[in-house]
Design a protein around this ligand. Sequence first.
Ligand code: ADP
Ligand code: MG
Length: 664
Amino acid sequence: MNLDDGIRTIKGIGEKAESAFRKAGVTTVRELLYYFPRSYECFEPPVPASMLRYRDEAAFSGVLLTSPVTRYVRNMKITEAVFRDDSGTVKAVWFNMPYLSGSLKAGSEYVIRGRLNGNGITRRFSQPKVFRAEEYRELESTLRPVYPLNRDLKGNVVSKAVKAALDGGALPEETLSEKLLSAYGLTDIRKAIREIHFPSSKEAFLIARKRLVFEEFYRFLVRIKELKKNVEKVPNSFVFGDRKEVDEVVEALPFTLTGAQAKVLRELRDDVSGPSVMNRLVQGDVGSGKTIIAFLLMYEAALNGYQSAIMAPTEVLAKQHAENFRKWSEAYGLNLSVTLLTGSMTARERRTAEEKIALHQTDIIVGTNALIQEKVHYSDLALVVTDEQHRFGVNQRKALSEKGRMPHVLVMSATPIPRTLGMILYGDMNVSIIDELPKNRLPIKNALVDIEYRGKAYAFIKKELAAGRQAYVICPKVTETEGNEGENVGDYAKALRNVLPGVRVEALHGRMKGEEKERIMEAFGKNEIGVLVSTTVIEVGIDVPNATVIMIENAERFGLAELHQLRGRVGRGQYQSYCILVDTTKSDASRERLEVLASSNDGFFIASEDLRLRGPGDFFGIRQSGDLAFRLADIYKDAAILKCAEEAAERTVKREDGVSSPVL
Ligand code: ADP
Ligand code: MG
């Protein structure tokens, strides 16, 4: 059997199965062999009656006392049976399965498997599966594959097809070199494929899985590393003279750059004037001052006659950047033209902006993902910046970098991602780290409280407002209508106006019109609004250093890294700032989780805790963006294998050894 043949060549696969498989993306024998189980059903050893715990999934082995009896209750048929082992008796109940009365024999030993319900006095399995004892003993040592199924691909169709293919002589070819296999103690591909579908034991399964996970990581990393090598080789066709005007602005700033900022700015300026196109990630915790660095580099591009573009994940942030850039241009007499481009602009405004861009009547273009639309044509685009990259996918980052003729790429992120994850997401980039906060900052003071504390919190906010400061209150919802629990921005703002008479309290959320959002952010920026009650639209980037309190309602609903970002909205200036986390659950688990945040202001620590608690799939929007779409591998659980694969990939890319024909 040829691996590239269609699956119809496999015995037992007809037209119907073929079309079901096609829907699951499987058309060839090879694709079938690589269609791995989603999980395995494992038949655990039976638990004695005295050790069974309520609501646990468990198996119990016992002798059936009397033939099962079926009763009719309204239009339901209820069959009951009692089993006994040395330590006690257990009841089982089935609905609408009267035939069991005939098939189960009193005095024989059975294993029943399911969830144990009951009220402490009676314990019973409802709707358990029943096995003959010897049948179960055989199953006990196996793992039965569970495949991702669809409406047409049901039951054991996949299992049967894979078995038929393997029995029919479909043999996957080895894809890793002998050297790699022996260096990392990996099993060969044929054994791995067979065992992943039909594990002969747990140990054998783990060995197979290790091999396949390794290969997945390894191929991914080789690709990323090759990409990096290629990018490094793209010659820099832009002429970037080091311009003293940039240094003059640095001198004129109301603050001195931190050592880390100065170092990163130097790296970036060296990159853009170097022999190849820049491809760099700047990572710095919230409030470390990334914006000014990006701005200075864009200014240098403008001085050299080039356009640059910066993409932000929200309109509010794009707008803020545009305003800051205009303000700086004015303050330091830079004579820069800044153009905003977002989705909420009218068709006419957009056309005007697009024209200015195409005719090179503007130097810096600021926008949301509207920047990567096809109809936007840049002129002499030499630098693209993605702010808050973790909110975008790798694909959006790439789309922006493919504008113009291979511009320099700068990516900024506040999320300190653990190294393992960084390798996957940014393995193709050079990395700079801003590991220092501006000197004038005081660490944020945190309080983790329950709802009874609200009164005190409002009194505290009142005091801060009286001292001239401002506050944010974050609610998870926009209006009452979405489900019934959790605070919503609309009602909360109303209620707060009563609590804080004479204070201007405004609401902000993503569903408001662009103009309205702008109006409110502008007024908040000018301290015309005392308290801003907002959803997480302000999560990233927003910079109002005069705000010193952030109170987060229903804190239990947010991820830790997300909360850290939200908290980063305060503590951005010289004033002592505060973060009040309101946990409405009274649950120990929730409190423990939020305690991580309350006890640390270190983004790196929080991100790794978040990753540990939630797993990488939930880590920001990473999975949604499809960046971590591995078949088997899990970058967190398989961190040890990832490390080996990275080392192997590095060697391969350097010395070109180890890979043979690529699979899939
Ligand atoms: P982030 O890294 O989170 O994007 P920003 O660039 O928004 O941070 O900077 C946060 C605030 O710190 C801004 O108000 C900015 O003007 C200010 N800032 C930046 N660099 C410094 C510095 N070296 N000293 C003092 N304040 C600074
Ligand atoms: Mg920022």
